[in-house]
Design a protein around this ligand. Sequence first.
Ligand SMILES: Cc1ncc(COP(=O)(O)O)c(C=O)c1O
Length: 402
Amino acid sequence: MSDTDGNYRFGTRLVQMGRPQSDEQSFVNPPLERGSSVLFASVAARDAVRERPFDQVLTYGLKGGPTHFHLEDAIAEIEGGSRCQIVSTGLAAVTTALFAFVRGGGHCLIPDSVYGPTRTFLATIGKECGISATYYPPDMDEAGLRSLMQDNTTVVYAESPGSHTMEIQDVPMLSRVARSANAKLLMDNTWGLSFFKPFEHGVDCSIQAGTKYIGGHSDLLLGAITTNSDEDWQRLRSTAVTLGQYASPDDCWLALRGLRTLRVRMAEHMRAGIEVAQWLRGRPEVGEVLHPALPGAPGHELWKRDFSGACSLFSVALDPSYSYDDMVALIDALKLFGIGASWGGFESLVMPTTRTITRQHHREHPAGPMLRLHVGLEDTRDLIADLEAGFAVLNKIRAQRT
Ligand SMILES: Cc1ncc(COP(=O)(O)O)c(C=O)c1O
């Protein structure tokens, strides 16, 4: 764990966490340490270290080195847990956590709004390895969820808000359901980074795609899984190591560097995201803005109860009178929003989502075509002007058609 004073506020701790303390002299940042083989003075020294498989000790590169350990300490502290395991990508964090807690013959409950590749993993390799999944509507009530629990359910999974459709989940309620059946509550907390404290709401294992706001600069992929119990930690760590999970120390070092500005980046992402979302809400072309921090938006009340802030990823449904092709014309006309996957970097992004949403349960999603926006750190006046120009193109196309 971090060696910082737990009484300091989050911003201060962010500056200090994951940094070695030296009594004499050292650079501000920990050095980047790369390595595969670890050399020992004797076989006895090697054996002594190997007896501590879950400790942050150097045994072999696969099990991490000082650069990984600094980042793991820092992320565990941000999430409010005790230990963190770094893996190669956010998706690897999802699959490793699922493998750790749902073994062959096991069953998990998955929200229908889950990140698409999590669904793909469960439908393919997960299924082939004997893991079964039942999809539940993300807003399902407690009685409904309890009725879906099976004797072999070992995991209730949450992702809040859900990918693309942005449903906020009642995590304390999910925790009650999981606990009553001795199952673990796993949560993809990437959206809620620093704003949602998973372990205060009953989560057992929190997943972060470090690729997003932790890295923050669109130049690395990383995953992090944090737990708050020694037993869960050992299971997770042994699964990650057995699967050969690893992340480059270079990427961990970059992520540590990115973390120092996390608080100011998140504050600005939040401010800018809400400003753009509010502006979009006032546009006649827009049917609905799915941003949980907007009063009256779906999930707003739960968001207000459980989150201390919001990142800048949200979805927008156009008025149903617009077609998918109209939306494509709007997106193509944007100059400041790059067309691409992922989020959490310094730059704004947009992607059409309507055709990427897979759902098992019918829900009254907005009827119009949907796009997802990530609001970056550009000046919001320029971003809004860009969107305004995009709407002008959209309306011109529509006028020419009629
Ligand atoms: C909610 C969520 N979880 C996990 C991931 C996976 O992260 P990565 O791209 O690092 O594999 C993503 C990526 O977009 C995501 O949106």
